[in-house]
Design a protein around this ligand. Structure first.
Ligand code: AHG
Ligand code: MN
Ligand code: MN
Length: 331
């Protein structure tokens, strides 16, 4: 009989090869259990009336909980039972969630990424980054830059795919098998061949981007295919597999200036830094609106936003030139 390598077998091997403890395995088991639990709820959500908006009522007359809230509750439960987490930062909690003062890790997560896809049953994500407590000296703070993450990953739900990047050990993809195990680790490296490269951004916003970004799009878009699902985890999954670039630029030229978002839309700690970490392990790059590497951005708060350009290095390097030009005229 042939048995596929499981994610836990893969991680056990990784930890032992590097003479590391098993604490990380316990944490990963909790995150994987949470993802499977969320996937189960998502697949059966329509039956339970859980795909609507909070505040609405289902056919049985019960209050409907948003999938975001269900996913949050599930994840916090699994992180608590792991006993390995000190604090969690989640998109669904304004405050940082204290979990176990004797824990070892900080976890930053978006329990349900791409919520606008929920009513349609289309792909959503569960994204996370992990940092370790400082073992030497005093613990300074729990808000870490992406370069200090030890792992980051994303599940695309309900497609049964899991991409996990480990610090200096690559980005790997797993698939859910018929026994609900994530199996078959496959190394992910961004393809150098431009044949299948894709661009991904919300084109409705293009006239609100900086002039430099608008010019870059005009000069480059016809060279690549364009795809946009509206969930970072799912869109970036394609970028990783096919190459190209996902971007969510700053909104600086909106006709209604109140709708400008010069700081970007995506969240640094559990969206931008997660995909930047994975992309870096897959041989790519990620920058913010000033061309600064996302992985170097030290968060000042848990829900800080960031613009994001992430994907194949040649494209990220190329658009950096356009970001550097202060508002050149649109051609
Ligand atoms: P979330 O559902 O966790 O709030 O995240 C939504 C994010 C991200 O997943 C996606 O890439 C982006 O918002 C889509 O934004 P637009 O609808 O503005 O394109
Ligand atoms: Mn999100
Ligand atoms: Mn979310």
């Amino acid at each position: 009989m042939h048995f596929e390598e499981t994610v836990m077998g893969f991680l056990l091997d990784h930890q032992e090869r590097h003479h590391r403890t098993h604490h990380f395995l316990i944490l990963m088991d909790a995150l994987i259990s949470a993802a499977k639990h969320i996937e189960h709820f998502y697949l059966t959500g329509a039956l339970k009336g859980n795909t609507g908006l909070a505040g609405s009522v289902n056919v049985q007359g019960e209050d409907v909980f948003r999938m975001d809230q269900i996913a949050q509750e599930i994840t916090i439960h699994h992180l608590r039972t792991s006993r390995r987490v000190i604090y969690a930062v989640s998109e669904e909690s304004e405050e940082i969630v204290p979990i176990n003062p004797d824990g070892r890790y900080f976890v930053y997560f978006d329990p349900l990424d791409g919520s606008s896809n929920v009513p349609h049953g289309l792909p959503v994500g569960f994204m996370f980054g992990v940092a370790r407590k400082s073992l030497e000296g005093e613990e300074d703070n729990h808000l870490r830059a992406g370069k200090d993450y030890i792992a980051a990953g994303m599940f695309v739900i309900p497609t049964g795919t899991f991409t996990l990047a480990l610090k200096d050990a690559g980005a790997w993809r797993f698939h859910l098998d018929e026994t609900m195990e994530f199996v078959r680790p496959t190394r992910i490296l961004l393809p150098e061949n431009r044949k299948n490269w894709e661009l991904s951004f919300n084109s409705a916003n293009r006239h609100a981007y900086s002039k430099g970004v608008q010019n870059w799009i005009t000069n480059n878009e016809s060279k690549y295919a364009f795809r946009y699902i509206g969930a970072l985890a799912a869109d970036f999954h394609r970028t990783l597999s096919n190459g190209g670039m996902f971007m969510y630029p700053a909104i600086v030229n909106h006709p209604d200036p109140r709708k400008n978002r010069p700081e970007g839309k995506l969240r640094l700690m559990y969206e931008a830094s997660v995909v930047a970490f994975i992309c870096s392990e897959a041989g790519g790059a990620a920058i913010g609106e000033t061309g600064n590497p996302i992985l170097n951005v030290q968060p000042k708060g848990p829900h800080q936003r960031s613009a994001l350009y992430v994907g194949s290095k040649p494209l990220v390097e190329d658009i950096t030139q356009s970001l550097a030009i202060p508002n050149p005229p649109v051609q």
